[in-house]
Design a protein around this ligand. Sequence first.
Ligand SMILES: *[C@@H]1O[C@H](CO)[C@@H](O)[C@H](O)[C@H]1NC(C)=O
Ligand SMILES: *[C@@H]1O[C@H](CO)[C@@H](O)[C@H](O)[C@H]1NC(C)=O
Ligand SMILES: *[C@@H]1O[C@H](CO)[C@@H](O)[C@H](O)[C@H]1NC(C)=O
Ligand SMILES: *[C@@H]1O[C@H](CO)[C@@H](O)[C@H](O)[C@H]1NC(C)=O
Ligand SMILES: *[C@@H]1O[C@H](CO)[C@@H](O)[C@H](O)[C@H]1NC(C)=O
Ligand SMILES: *[C@@H]1O[C@H](CO)[C@@H](O)[C@H](O)[C@H]1NC(C)=O
Ligand SMILES: *[C@@H]1O[C@H](CO)[C@@H](O)[C@H](O)[C@H]1NC(C)=O
Length: 525
Amino acid sequence: MATTVSPSGLLTISFFHFLLSKPAVSSPLIDQLNHPPPPNFLSTITNNCLHDSSLRYCNSTSSDLTNIFKSTIVAAHLCNLSNSPNCPTSFSFIDLRTRPKLAPLYLSFSFFWKYCPFSIKSIDLSNNSLAGPFPSQILNCTQIHSLDLSHNMLSGFLPVDSFTLLTNLSNLNLSYNQFSHEFDVEAISFFKRFNDSSFIHSGLLKSDRDYKFKMMTTILLLVGVSVLIASAIGCLVRRIGGRHKFSVRELTKATDGFSKERLVEKREKMEVYIGILKDGEEVEIEIQRGKVSSEFRRSFVKDCRVLVKVRHKNIVKVLGWCDEMEMRAVVMEREEGVSIEEWLMRSPPWKDRMKVAMEVVEAMSFLEEEWPQIRCDVKTTNVMVSEGGEPLILKLKVHDHPNSSSSSRDIYKFGVFLLQLIANNHIREEFEGSESRFVDWIAMHQHEKLRTVIDEKMKLSATAHEQVRQAIEIGLICTDLSTEKMLTVSQISSMLRVVYMPSMIQSVNGHQYHHRTRNKKKETT
Ligand SMILES: *[C@@H]1O[C@H](CO)[C@@H](O)[C@H](O)[C@H]1NC(C)=O
Ligand SMILES: *[C@@H]1O[C@H](CO)[C@@H](O)[C@H](O)[C@H]1NC(C)=O
Ligand SMILES: *[C@@H]1O[C@H](CO)[C@@H](O)[C@H](O)[C@H]1NC(C)=O
Ligand SMILES: *[C@@H]1O[C@H](CO)[C@@H](O)[C@H](O)[C@H]1NC(C)=O
Ligand SMILES: *[C@@H]1O[C@H](CO)[C@@H](O)[C@H](O)[C@H]1NC(C)=O
Ligand SMILES: *[C@@H]1O[C@H](CO)[C@@H](O)[C@H](O)[C@H]1NC(C)=O
Ligand SMILES: *[C@@H]1O[C@H](CO)[C@@H](O)[C@H](O)[C@H]1NC(C)=O
């Protein structure tokens, strides 16, 4: 067999001819992998390395011969499978898009990735339902220019340190995954070369954290502001004896000494753990470490004392807090579910969406009446739907001095939320990050082009269609910042009830559905 240098960094051209022409056609890949290397294999690669010492396998010991051999077999198959030209001598890209059976198989060949051919410049593993942690082995191909892992179900943290070795990477797509948010991807200098379109719905952007609803809560302890934003998942068990204060010792026990296995989210100043209390109850624990002013601590405890009293079936339950030494923590109950954002991707029927809107607005109305100092941050990423279809509001804020502007802000947010419950998925995504442009777009299309607004996957009866139309109007009323007259949440709630139960129309016809100011605006533009 001739031993010429292959530019792919694999083996000789003639060697591959041998592989592909004989067993490759008749026997499957796995069969070939079980063959031992041919007797002259060592001299073949030695010779290759004499000509080009940059080949990835050159500096490995001869004891790894079998793996090197196997890696060349996998490379040959993978090259062919990818329709890469001139296989495998100039194996330039791996294309395993939409190959959900093959992609995991090839990922499992760690010996291949270890000797990743230098010729490979592009790897596409998108749309494969790949689950589990980031497949770090592919980062052994440090020379790649392009990597696409979009539309999978990858979770856990991104291996940032390994990424930084990919100095030539100019095209990255991690969109549509469920990574955990350890940092703001925008804040890492390596990732600055990529724009947001590399991380859409990946769990890695600040604006996009739907991943967390599988598991988690967030209470942000904002330093210096007497505001506590709470978000959490849970309800189930009642606290015994109304005891809400936890000690560091209890929390240490509940989290196996704050073990890495129990850590589900980590940000600059905050960690979230899943813990198990003495009574066996599973909880989420948000922790902030470090010294803060005594004023901040007082205000933190004061806010917690309020939040533990709030009990509503559609509002997350805060079980207690810890304020000891240099640690502040909030303990919340935990429940399974998905974010509204994720839920909408499944195109739920109209009646389920309406139920969510009704229950959310009723929970807001409950807060307005019973706990005026508490505001909720209603967004498709801050509300989850439990497996039973019940919405749960995950973010709350305690204000020292609630005022009408915070109330109108809540109503605006609910309006956006309501419109998002109705809108086509692609419209929601298009205007992601710009609520006002989203609202303007809906307002502009609500009359003549209503069909383009409404999620086409909802099969609407004539009655339902009318309900949707009216719900859009209510959404637009809530988001109309130009009206003088301020609505209350309870008014919005009863307007929606009218839509939902048309028989009630007579009794509440005091409310006007027409969106005069916005129509005026439209006429002038
Ligand atoms: C292998 O080792 C030689 C000498 O130590 C070095 O010059 C070369 O860059 C190494 N090759 C690889 C691929 O690491
Ligand atoms: C892949 O292999 C098959 C036969 O095994 C061959 O017909 C085909 O041309 C090869 N494709 C490429 C891109 O080399
Ligand atoms: C993703 O895969 C599904 C089937 O698994 C297929 O229907 C769809 O067209 C693929 N999408 C893309 C963009 O390739
Ligand atoms: C690449 O492969 C080596 C083994 O050769 C391994 O030790 C290393 O962790 C791998 N790197 C990455 C980024 O996976
Ligand atoms: C990036 O490309 C340059 C120029 O082609 C090359 O010298 C360098 O080795 C590449 N970096 C990696 C990590 O492969
Ligand atoms: C983001 O980057 C991609 C390619 O990396 C480019 O096609 C796209 O236009 C960029 N988008 C924006 C908004 O800059
Ligand atoms: C990443 O993939 C998503 C979904 O396919 C796409 O919308 C986005 O533009 C892609 N981003 C880049 C940088 O290619």
